[in-house]
Write a protein that binds this ligand. Structure first.
Ligand SMILES: NC(=O)c1ccc[n+]([C@@H]2O[C@H](COP(=O)([O-])OP(=O)(O)OC[C@H]3O[C@@H](n4cnc5c(N)ncnc54)[C@H](OP(=O)(O)O)[C@@H]3O)[C@@H](O)[C@H]2O)c1
Length: 252
């Protein structure tokens, strides 16, 4: 069995670092051309594109801003003429304790939902419209263990947004499977990135490690390998599913 993504145009959001960067790197190794999305880390995104080759290109957009999300999609299509695989990976986890006053808590909630769920939903909508023309297209949405296990009280919005991502993925799979579109989720647990580091700084590495069945923390490449398998189309009949990649820390 060989994974070959040659001729595939793949948009990975949040590909400047962490899990998204690992996904883009593996996808390029399998032959794909990457639309590497970033927000504040455009220098890193452009450097990554030079490494990836195959005419990969970096695109900037703040996914809090739905006009910017639409412009991102338009720019990718204008550059490459098509999109084959959409990977909604960009995400934020804001620590937002219930002790905050309501306006601040609500602002954190709205920002989290915008970046983690609304932007993904809008990119799915835009991609589906094009995928329907060719009756071919694949979507991978990065959720989280938090969608299934829940999270701490500081991360209610994060868990809610990731639960939404799971339902979004299932619905797309059910609605469009007969028209050639498949949709998958991947739900990482703690993965060694800047995002996990914020949590580790707050709670300590032991807290992250103690739930694991494995003896090591998940790396971005561990998540990326599952994403690339899904992107290959080899798991077509698993459409609608969300695969856990959490080192056995939450087995459902
Ligand atoms: N790491 C974990 O333990 C873990 C666990 C479960 C799920 N996940 C999920 O996995 C995905 C990737 O996480 P990660 O750990 O790789 O995160 P990360 O290292 O913090 O990287 C986040 C990425 O998202 C982008 N991003 C953040 N805010 C954005 C905004 N407002 N607009 C556009 N892009 C934005 C960043 O772009 P710039 O740097 O260019 O701003 C960056 O590329 C997320 O959906 C996350 O929820 C991670």
């Amino acid at each position: 069995m060989k994974i070959d993504l040659a001729e595939k145009i793949i948009l990975v959001t949040g590909a400047s670092r962490g899990i998204g960067k690992a996904i883009a790197t593996l996808a390029a190794q399998a032959g794909a051309t990457l639309a590497v999305h970033a927000n504040s880390s455009m220098v890193e995104a452009q450097a990554l594109c030079e490494e990836l080759g195959k005419n990969s290109k970096a695109f900037q957009a703040d996914l809090k801003d739905m006009e910017a999300v639409q412009e991102l999609y338009r720019s990718v299509i204008a550059e490459f003429g098509q999109l084959d695989v959409l990977v909604n990976n960009a995400g934020i986890a804001i620590s937002s304790p219930l002790e905050l006053d309501n306006p601040q808590w609500l602002e954190d909630w709205n920002t989290t939902l915008a970046v983690n769920l609304t932007a993904s939903g809008l990119l799915c909508k835009l991609a589906i419209a094009d995928f329907l023309k060719s009756e071919d297209g694949l979507i991978i949405n990065i959720s989280s263990r938090a969608a299934f296990r829940g999270d701490t009280q500081e991360y209610l919005a994060y868990a809610a947004s990731k639960g939404g991502v799971v339902a979004l993925t299932k619905s797309i799979a059910r609605a469009y499977g007969k028209r050639g579109i498949t949709a998958f989720g991947v739900a990482p647990g703690f993965t060694r990135t800047d995002m996990a580091q914020d949590f580790i700084d707050q709670y300590g590495e032991d807290h992250a490690m103690k739930d694991l069945a494995l003896a090591e923390l998940t790396l971005p490449s561990d998540v990326a390998q599952t994403v690339i398998f899904l992107a290959s189309g080899l798991a077509k009949h698993a459409t609608g599913t969300t695969i856990d990649v959490n080192a056995g820390s939450y087995v459902r």
